[in-house]
Design a protein around this ligand. Structure first.
Ligand code: NAD
Ligand code: ISE
Length: 335
């Protein structure tokens, strides 16, 4: 039988994941949706045969046709939903960030340790993007030699009204914290945040852009330009510099046109477009693993480590300069 999924949070990402599971994913169906906004949940449920709408996550998780949970509520609501899913011992895909800070991420980690087995895949979808996957595979061959530096650019057209300067790190650079750890296979040990004069296009009082530098326990540096009001497009680029060569992704050169004395292409406008394939692969991988009784992909440890890195980043942003990352010892469950 297909995996019955409850989707918690039916906003932008949640509604898109409902559509994805319905139209794209094989082996799963959405059996319940949950949103604190009852009308929104009902409207999304109405698009799927046999899908019930709820305002209480616990009620959805207790339903007989719910085998797994996809959490797409805002970050601060993730901890409660994760702990409720653990009570029902249900497999979870949790959108990033696992939680917004290291202490709450550690509570989730401790709760999963008490369960005694992994239950969660964290939604760091870049690991499923074909370009990132190629870069990771190339690094694994060792042809380029040891990675020395990683340069990342992360640009959004415009930030939502609730975005704060620290969210550029905890909500956006969280992706580069994971991508850096995953691509290099290193832990991040310290974070420095530099602050250029904000763009006139950024909302009042928002420190945008920021320049972030990660130091790793493998002796590499990874820098991130985060610019969430660039105005022109959604761009995520990465270039790794190794001892014997470099490799670069995210230039968006899939289609180059020549016309009227100019050459060029188009730039994606948001993540749903740039990472569409990544989300499709991420959800399919989660459904396939769950049906095999396995848990794969980014773990609660990865979510915790990213949260700890971001927390150090926010400290560096606020205090000016550099902050060290504090991690607990890695439990054997995540070895
Ligand atoms: P959104 O604001 O569009 O939607 C959130 C929805 O959750 C809203 O409908 C809201 O009413 C509902 N909600 C709030 N509290 C809730 C609760 N306690 N229980 C149930 N529902 C609740 O936000 P979004 O942009 O869809 O983001 C959702 C999550 O997805 C966040 O964790 C965000 O960081 C993540 N996200 C990931 C990516 C990515 O690239 N992987 C992109 C965007 C957002
Ligand atoms: C958003 O939540 C995401 O996860 C996007 O991938 C990222 O580009 C954006 O900056 C975040 O706010």
């Amino acid at each position: 039988a297909p995996l019955g999924v409850a989707v918690i949070g039916t906003g932008r990402m949640g509604a898109d994941h409902v559509r994805r599971i319905h139209d794209v994913t094989s082996g799963a169906r959405v059996t319940a949706v949950v949103d604190v906004d009852a009308e929104r949940a009902k409207a999304v449920a109405a698009r799927v045969d046999g899908c019930t709408a709820h305002t209480d996550p616990a009620a959805a998780m207790a339903a007989a046709d719910v085998d797994a949970v996809l959490i797409a509520s805002p970050g601060p609501a993730h901890e409660a939903a994760l702990l409720a899913a653990f009570e029902h011992d249900l497999p979870v895909l949790c959108e990033k960030p696992l939680t917004p800070d290291a202490a709450s991420a550690l509570r989730v980690l401790e709760a999963e340790l008490r369960l005694g087995h992994r239950r969660v895949q964290v939604g760091f979808m870049r690991r499923y993007d074909p370009e990132y996957a190629k870069l990771k595979a190339l690094l694994a061959t060792g042809q380029l030699g040891r990675p020395l530096m990683l340069h990342n650019r992360h640009r959004n057209v415009a930030s939502p009204p609730f975005f704060t300067s620290s969210m550029l790190i905890s909500d956006s650079v969280a992706h580069e914290a994971d991508a850096t750890r995953w691509l290099l296979g290193h832990e991040i040990t310290a974070v420095t945040v530099l602050r250029p004069t904000p763009s006139a296009s950024a909302p009042e009082a928002l420190q945008d852009p920021q320049f972030v530098v990660f130091e790793t326990d493998g002796g590499a540096l990874s820098d991130v330009e985060i610019f969430v009001n660039c105005g022109f497009g959604y761009q995520v680029q990465a270039e790794v510099v190794c001892e014997r060569g470099t490799a670069r992704i995210g230039d968006g050169h899939a289609l180059v046109t020549n016309m009227a004395g100019r050459w060029g292409g188009t730039i994606a406008q948001d993540w749903t477009e740039r990472f569409e394939t990544a989300y499709d692969q991420e959800i399919q991988a989660w459904v396939d693993a769950t049906r095999r009784g396995e848990v794969t992909g980014p773990s609660v440890w990865d979510g915790y480590a990213a949260a700890a890195v971001c927390e150090a980043g926010v400290r560096a942003l606020e205090d000016g300069g550099r902050a060290e990352v504090e991690l607990v010892e890695k439990p054997a469950l995540y070895a």
